[in-house]
Design a protein around this ligand. Structure first.
Ligand code: GDP
Ligand code: IMO
Ligand code: MG
Length: 431
């Protein structure tokens, strides 16, 4: 099996983009298979920083094929913007790209619905979505009647589909936005705009399922790039404060069309502490000076929305759960350098829940809100570790922290990231 999968094990922004870029050097094809432009993956190469939302993070390595598979919800304007940006920056081979004709397309009504509801839960609490139309597009995909896939945009029926859907969506939006000013959608304009997008994307459109099956069968090495994090998984995450796709390891096969037996090794990316953007419970959150310090040292502001990320200590109850759920073979501990200078580090080892000490991650958010984290305190380190190239170069306290994380999560640490650059990575075991 020659596949590698990179999955975030927390609530997103674990540095998946950096790790995918690094691992791309050993692969032939890099695949995004779920989520959409709610993702913001950062790759730093020397002086250059690239922020990618839809293009796989392998796009900066010449000679690699990048695939946006059928499980992704596609904002065509955003892909085009990213392609234009890479062209402007003279990135070689950036258009070695295949986009699934099965990918569902995000239309203006999806943005409008995402904004109109602000996607609150049935209790009225705000999910705090990225506003990128992700939930409404996936809802229409599953509902089928008002959905358009990329492949539909090249057929004669496309214009009629848009007209039909716009009529319905204008009624839906009128009800959702009752009493508020809003502009009805105009089918003709939307069709004209998306026909231009379709032409621009025509060279990339492909049956990526067939392509990927051929690729694995012919021995190509595939790298799967998860978006979001396992705790945002629609089925297994902190529902309803989740995204609308299977962002844990369980989503790889269904989003890409590549069966599990070809998937190979799963690497879980774990930030050395915890962050979360948007609503929902977060047991180890530090809404205090300690959290602010993590935010400042880690520059924890959203890649997509710029929102300050909520910050807290590492929660190994949550990460152990998401590592088991995602079938992780090894973890990459990222942003470890951010902890330098903090005197005492806390790690959550268990929850006190309904009078019991437990390492079980509750399935209902109301229960997750009730848990009290039990912390172990470890001495921190003062040294700057951003130049370390091997485990031996790390201070003993840093190594102790890594060992303890590995022990609590139940999987070996295989990679350690000590800075945003590709070179600021320590390989612990041969991958
Ligand atoms: P992703 O969504 O999982 O790809 O992560 P993001 O790109 O949204 O957020 C990770 C942020 O941390 C980015 O700004 C990265 O450039 C940066 N980063 C990645 N690895 C490290 C690291 O080891 N140390 C530090 N200090 N920053 C890192
Ligand atoms: P990457 O791939 C962090 C969060 C949003 C919100 C919830 C639902 O960069 O790690 P959505 O727009 O998906 O309906 O929002 O999920 N969210 C992310 N948080 N990183 C992401 O992606 C995220 N994508 C979505 O903040 O709480
Ligand atoms: Mg991100």
């Amino acid at each position: 099996m020659s596949g590698t999968c990179v999955i975030g094990l927390q609530w997103g922004d674990e540095a998946k983009g950096k790790i995918v870029d690094l691992l791309t050097l050993k692969h032939d094809v890099v695949v995004r298979y779920q989520g959409g432009a709610n993702a913001g993956h950062t790759v730093v190469l020397g002086e250059e920083t690239y922020k990618l939302s839809l293009l796989p993070s392998g796009v900066l390595t010449p000679g690699v094929t990048c695939v946006i598979a059928g499980g992704v919800v596609l904002n065509p304007a955003k892909v085009i913007e990213e392609l234009n940006e890479l062209k402007k920056r003279d990135v070689e081979d950036f258009d070695n790209l295949k986009i699934s004709d099965r990918a569902h397309v995000i239309f203006p009504w999806h943005f409008a619905e995402d904004g109109a509801m602000n996607q609150s839960t049935s209790d009225g609490e705000n999910i705090g979505t990225t506003g990128r139309g992700i939930g409404p597009c996936y809802r229409d995909k599953v509902g089928r009647s008002y959905a358009i896939r990329l492949g539909d945009m090249y057929r004669d029926s496309f214009r009629n589909q848009v007209e039909h859907i716009v009529k319905v969506k204008n009624r839906v939006l009128a009800a959702m936005l009752a009493g508020q000013p809003w502009e009805p959608l105009v089918a003709r304009d939307i069709h004209a705009q998306y026909a231009v997008f379709a032409e621009r994307l025509r060279p990339y459109m492909a049956d990526t399922t067939e392509y990927l099956l051929d690729a694995v069968e012919s021995g190509k090495r595939l790298l799967f790039e998860g978006a979001q994090g396992a705790l945002l998984d629609v089925d297994h995450g902190t529902y309803p404060f989740v995204t609308s796709s299977n962002s844990s390891g369980v989503g790889i096969a269904n989003g890409s069309g590549v069966p599990g037996r070809h998937l190979g090794k799963v690497i879980g990316v774990v930030k050395a502490y915890t962050t979360r953007v948007g609503g929902g419970p977060f047991p180890t959150e530090q809404d205090n000076e300690a959290g602010q310090r993590l935010r400042d040292q880690g520059n924890e502001y959203g890649t997509v929305t710029g929102r300050p990320r909520r910050c807290g200590w590492l929660d190994t109850v949550a990460v152990r759960y998401s590592a088991r759920l995602s079938g992780v073979h090894g973890i990459c501990v990222s942003l470890l350098d951010v902890l330098s200078g903090i005197e005492e580090l806390k790690i959550c080892t268990a929850y006190e829940w309904a009078g019991r000490i437990s390492r079980q991650f509750p399935s209902h958010v109301d229960d997750l809100r009730q848990v009290q984290p039990i912390y172990e305190t470890m001495p921190g380190w003062q040294e700057d570790i951003t130049g370390a190239q091997s485990i031996e170069e790390l201070p003993q306290a840093t190594r102790n922290y890594l060992d303890r994380v590995s022990e609590l999560v139940g999987v070996p640490v295989e990679l350690v990231s000590v800075g945003p650059d590709r070179r600021q990575t320590i390989q612990v075991d041969a991958l």
